[in-house]
Design a protein around this ligand. Structure first.
Ligand SMILES: Nc1ncnc2c1ncn2[C@@H]1O[C@H](COP(=O)(O)OP(=O)(O)O)[C@@H](O)[C@H]1O
Ligand SMILES: O=C(OP(=O)(O)O)[C@H](O)COP(=O)(O)O
Length: 408
């Protein structure tokens, strides 16, 4: 059992709230998309309206990346979304950070600096060890309780995710709660259950396919996107130099053998594209797999219309559909058809669950909605969809193992 905000006496309590506002960053180094901030508004507003003193903890980017920036612009945006002042503190667990947290009044909110500015936060620990890091030992004394709303980072066992609930009473925020409600009961969703695996994260998708087929969670796995191209190659189809080179350049060549093993073991349950769309003379042009390979420069950028008809027929009988990754290069209108139609058909299924950051943004840009649940997480959702535990959720479930360090 995990405690939620319903179990927390918020008034006058200093709450460390871990959110996932890891977002696209523009050329000027500031926030370029606030979708992930909006997702946490309910949790943060509720805590503030109930008289909490809120210190927001979050990471942004990975060390060395262009998006590895301060949370200053996130704080500014949160201030607008929450309609109240939100200060940014440029450290995370220094004396200054603790002092800023201790001087919060009821209903005040501040954002501490990017947790990954400290190297320990980019390492994975077990919960006990994470509780001994500088971040947790430094900041926990200034907090009364810890709320984890960062579902999208819950597959990481980093200090801000697993260390705090080991020394402080931990609660799930509203995002975390609703994600766990839906994704934590995947085994009880209506059958037959279909997994649609598209997009470009081929190793992750093959892991998911293995896991859900082995566990009997999936009745069918439908492949699309780059994942579909890898399965076609594994099935002996020549998808052409352009798509093959792309797969090779991404370092996914070994995945073809894994896909072939999967086809050997569970081929009857895995659906492969029957046709693909390439660009020819500047336009979308569909080719049946029997007509492949395409020209040297022609990459398979989408599933074609007979694949769509085949997949739509399978979806008609489904009780649950779980989708991850777009069916094609949806960023180009000519190759958005597969994603728009396949995801559109999925909304007619009794239960439709979507995971994956790019998938969610694809759906927004294509104007497709009506799903039972669109997850805020990519990797975290994938892990849950295989019914695997998430370290940050386990840490909340286990609860504090020892007293927090004394406040000084
Ligand atoms: N056939 C294809 N060839 C090349 N790229 C593709 C193809 N199909 C999909 N993609 C790309 O996959 C990317 C998204 O994949 P991925 O990151 O796995 O999704 P998510 O973040 O939702 O898990 C998109 O940028 C899209 O252009
Ligand atoms: O964006 C995230 O994950 P996602 O790309 O799987 O949705 C999370 O913020 C986790 O970030 P990380 O993958 O750098 O640990």
């Amino acid at each position: 059992m995990i405690d939620t905000l319903d179990d927390l006496d918020v008034e006058g309590t200093t709450v460390g709230v871990r959110v996932d506002i890891n977002s696209p960053i523009g050329d000027d180094g500031t926030l370029a998309d606030d979708a992930r901030l909006r997702a946490h508004v309910d949790t943060l507003s509720e805590l503030l309206e109930r008289g909490g003193r809120v210190a927001v903890l979050a990471h942004q980017g990975r060390p060395g990346g262009d998006d590895f920036v301060s949370l200053e612009s996130h704080a500014e945006r949160l201030s607008k979304l929450l309609e109240r002042p939100v200060d940014h503190v440029d450290t995370t667990f220094s004396d200054a950070a603790r002092e800023a947290v201790r001087t919060l009044e009821n209903g005040d909110c501040l954002v501490l600096e990017n947790t990954r500015f400290y190297s320990e936060e980019y390492m994975e620990f077990d919960a006990e060890r994470a509780a001994e890091t500088h971040l947790v030992e430094g900041l926990a004394p200034a907090l009364d309780v810890y709320v984890n709303d960062a579902f999208a980072a819950a597959h990481r066992s980093q200090p801000s995710l697993v260390g705090f609930p080991t020394v402080l009473p931990g609660y799930a925020g509203r995002v975390m709660e609703s994600e766990l409600d839906v994704l934590g009961t995947i085994e009880e969703t209506p059958e037959p259950r279909i997994y649609v695996l598209g997009g470009a994260k081929v190793p992750d998708s093959i892991d998911v396919a293995w896991s859900v087929l082995e566990k009997g969670l999936a009745d069918h796995v439908l492949t699309a996107g780059v994942v579909g191209n890898v399965f076609l190659i594994a099935d002996g189809v020549d998808v052409g130099d352009a798509s093959s080179d792309f797969i090779y350049d991404q370092g996914y060549w070994d995945e073809i053998d894994r896909a072939a093993d999967l086809l050997d073991a569970y081929g009857d349950s895995i659906a492969l594209p029957r046709d693909v769309a390439v660009e020819r003379d500047g336009e979308r042009h569909e080719l049946g797999v029997n007509a492949l390979p395409p020209g040297d420069e022609e990459a398979a950028m989408d599933i074609g219309s007979s694949t769509l008809a085949y997949y739509e027929r399978l979806l008609e009988d489904a009780g649950t559909v779980i989708l991850n990754g777009p069916a094609g290069v949806f960023e180009e209108e000519a190759f958005a058809t597969g994603t728009r139609q396949l995801y559109g058909a999925a909304t007619d299924v009794e239960m439709s669950i979507v995971g994956g950051g790019d998938t969610a943004s694809a759906l927004r840009s294509l104007g497709v909605d009506g799903f039972t649940h669109v997850s805020t997480g990519g990797g975290a959702a994938l892990r849950m969809l295989t019914a695997e535990p998430l370290p940050a959720v386990t840490a909340l479930q286990d609860g504090p193992k020892r007293q927090q360090p004394a406040d000084d």
